[in-house]
Write a protein that binds this ligand. Sequence first.
Ligand code: TYD
Ligand code: MG
Length: 455
Amino acid sequence: MAKPTANFTCTACGARHKKWAGQCEACGAWNTIQEEAPLAAGPSAKSLGGARGRMIPLADLGTAEPEPPRAASGLAELDRVLGGGLVPASAILVGGDPGIGKSTLLLQAAASFARKGLKCLYISGEEASAQVRMRAHRLGLADAPVKLATETSLRDILTTLDAERPDLAIIDSIQTMWADTVDSAPGSVSQVRAAAHELTSFAKRRGSAVMLVGHVTKEGQIAGPRVVEHMVDTVLYFEGERGHQFRILRAVKNRFGPADEIGVFEMTGAGLAEVANPSALFLSERDNPAPGAAVFAGIEGTRPVLTEIQALVAPSPLATPRRTVVGLDAGRLATTLAVLEARCGIPFAGFDVFLNVAGGMKVTEPAADLAVAAALLSAREDAALPADCVVFGEISLSGALRPVGQTENRLKEARKLGFSSAIAPARSKPGAPTGMTVRQIADLTAFVGEMFGAG
Ligand code: TYD
Ligand code: MG
């Protein structure tokens, strides 16, 4: 008989380990590894044997099946991120830091869907119905026909859902749900997985859409949303800096639409307001061009978004100078600094470097490389870039600039916001004339020459 293997899972990233360790090898987080309750003697405990199963009906790829009808909420930013609206029988995970506004967003979403005629159920495991109702009052949603409940027992919730057959069920949050079949505390990896599995299969079985809230957790006692990402159809993360009022809803996985799509919201006293033109918002605090700032013409999902990349370069008293990055990948900063040093002979040793994306935005596109380099050079030389200029392009390790996609869309958006020139890699395809002057540059050395006269 096979010996049961120990089963340890990282609550932060979901990686499995054979034994317990203080640090997860996969994601580097400390004290996040937890033992999972062993599976009860299910089919995996013994071989299937000779007994025959049921024959599964097979279909052709070409079999005509109508596109699932989507329900739009009317909140355009949310609908965009969902890929055009809510797909029936889908499971959607909404992750985010505690207090970022997930409950607010989903209550507003529930109210919008309910006003469009969908039957919506909001089940809170964290707040009392009175609290949810009070928030709904404050948000002006009290008249929306949303059904509320406070419950954490998965069995009771599933019974209720089976009887009610809602079009949309919102579970806030998955970490408070508790299945009596699993022998561990609510919030543990096994409980969270069991709850997500049951609710997802309910969605598939009954054709309801299910939205699950998952808190991103810092300590290891509670499993984070990453451990259930693979079970659901769509994974959305609600991000933002606590100090900023902007919130970004980002699709990181979507079986029914494009991933990487973003929706932008603003947290106001009366809930989340949609931001239809994020570029204007991210550039709004920009007055006179200061050294160290470069405007990046980026693409988020299907939409062009302009953001300001800011750098500060200052002589460092430290033996190992500081490298601080907010909103960008630290690895890309290191690479860009190394290329500037190796290919253009501009050293940053002895300088502290701080890099930031204005407005609490997160930029993941490689096309931001050139804007990062521009901001770094501008900060180091203490010379402001032209105020009317946007920058984009990927930097390769050789120092060459690589063209990036959707040049025309980037230029159009820049034009719309009053910019008149752009610096782009050579061989970019500007497409139809956009009224922008585009300077195409082959490599980083030429770029340095262009910007600051021979560096
Ligand atoms: P909440 O939706 O409870 O966060 P989560 O469910 O992600 O934990 O939002 C909490 C924060 O949002 C809280 O700090 C207050 C703020 N907020 C507003 O600024 N305006 C509002 O209208 C609401 C409802 C909340
Ligand atoms: Mg909440």
